[in-house]
Unconditional design. Structure first.
Length: 375
């Protein structure tokens, strides 16, 4: 870790003992636009904007071809069309993006349970300890990117460093389909050259305020005292102060806010018998179980969701005395509700299972045991 001795006025108590972490930030390349180009060959190699083409529409994502014309996400569609008259607008398909997101999370979960999503297509991973026992975080990143490409046909870029801020900053350095490492000791120098508008956590308005204060780069930011930054930017002040030094001790927080883990399936043919329902629930329950196991969590409430052919939807929940995550425990928890559905007055088109009231799995269940379900 780089030692900086020039900040006598800064109390570094919280930051003196920096944990040695290996953090990977994975970010899909032009995510929505790439999904659309993957699924529609007519769009490949062309400037594509995902979003509304109408008067008040906004570009949600732009393909790399569109970016060459200056089209960017969050740009009004009218402006985008002016910059690129042959721009093709495509309506977003969030269901598909969510499916792809779940696929990339399955790849992440092969390596670590410490996954903190930033959005559908971006996440921090703490791979200091990883299931494969790989020492180099850059190798983990390489394998993850390869795994993502195999699973989805899409490319991702990665940033690798010793904290979240630097990993995030690094992931855009070699886009698309590349990765970049900021090793310990190099963070501060990397940050020094970074334009202030590129800093994660500095929005356009803050960037403008900083420029007015003469802060154009990380090096400029580094010259400001903690007191000044606190007075000027309030709660964000200390964050700016430390990241200007390449320091960020925030841990990767894995889905602690997540309230439920679930899976569901809409069937090709509606089902009418208990036997069919039991059989079709097996992969759904397994998926929920794997998901929970990979996160090291169990749920104390198990919910069965049923959607009928006429789209009427019902849910049946059961609370248990202990959290569960094993397939057999989930299956027996929903069995009474399932049995109750039959004989069914109308055909069933969808079944889903959700675990909620989540808690860390019982410590008696070792993580290696759970892993057997994750792989
Ligand atoms: Mg992205």
């Amino acid at each position: 870790m780089s030692e900086t001795n020039s900040d006598q006025n800064a109390s570094a108590d919280d930051h003196a003992a920096q944990p040695t972490r290996k953090i990977v930030h994975v970010d899909m390349d032009a995510f929505y636009a790439s999904v659309e180009q993957r699924d529609n060959p007519d769009l490949r190699g062309k400037p594509v904007a995902v979003g509304g083409s109408r008067e008040r529409g906004v570009v949600a994502a732009a393909s790399y071809e569109a970016r060459q014309f200056g089209v960017k996400s969050a740009m009004p569609s009218v402006t985008a069309r002016r910059k690129c008259p042959e721009l093709i607008f495509v309506k977003p398909r969030f269901d598909v993006y969510k499916t792809v997101s779940a696929q990339i999370h399955e790849v992440f979960a092969r390596y670590t349970a410490l996954i903190e999503p930033l959005s559908l297509d971006e996440a921090y991973l703490d791979v200091t300890e990883n299931y494969e026992g790989i020492e180099l975080a850059s190798e983990v990143a390489l394998q993850i990117r390869r795994g993502i490409q195999e699973a989805t046909g899409l490319t991702a870029s990665a940033g690798i460093s010793y904290n979240k801020f630097l990993a995030k900053m690094a992931s855009s350095q070699r886009k698309p389909n590349g990765q970049f490492v900021i090793p310990p000791g190099r963070g501060e120098a990397f940050v020094a050259t970074l334009p202030i508008g590129k800093f994660f956590g500095v929005g356009p308005a803050t960037a403008e305020r900083m420029r007015l204060l003469g802060i154009e780069t990380g090096a400029d930011l580094r010259e400001r005292s903690l007191e000044f930054l606190q007075q000027t930017f309030g709660k964000s002040g200390p964050y700016f102060y430390w990241v200007a030094r390449g320091i960020d001790n925030r841990p990767v927080r894995s889905d602690r806010v997540r309230k439920s883990v679930g899976a569901e399936n809409t069937f090709v043919t509606d089902l009418t018998t208990l036997e069919e329902a039991r059989q079709l629930l097996v992969p759904i329950i397994d998926k929920v179980s794997r998901h929970a196991a990979s996160k090291g969590i169990g749920g104390q409430t198990v919910t069965l969701k049923v959607k009928y052919a006429d789209f009427e939807q019902i849910t049946r929940s059961r609370s248990l005395s202990v959290p569960v995550h094993l397939s057999k425990d989930i299956a027996s928890a929903i069995e009474p509700a399932l049995t109750n559905l039959f004989p069914t007055p109308k055909a069933i088109r969808l079944l889903g299972v959700t675990l909620s009231a989540l808690e860390a799995s019982n410590e008696k269940t070792p993580i290696v045991h759970q892993l057997a379900f994750a792989i």
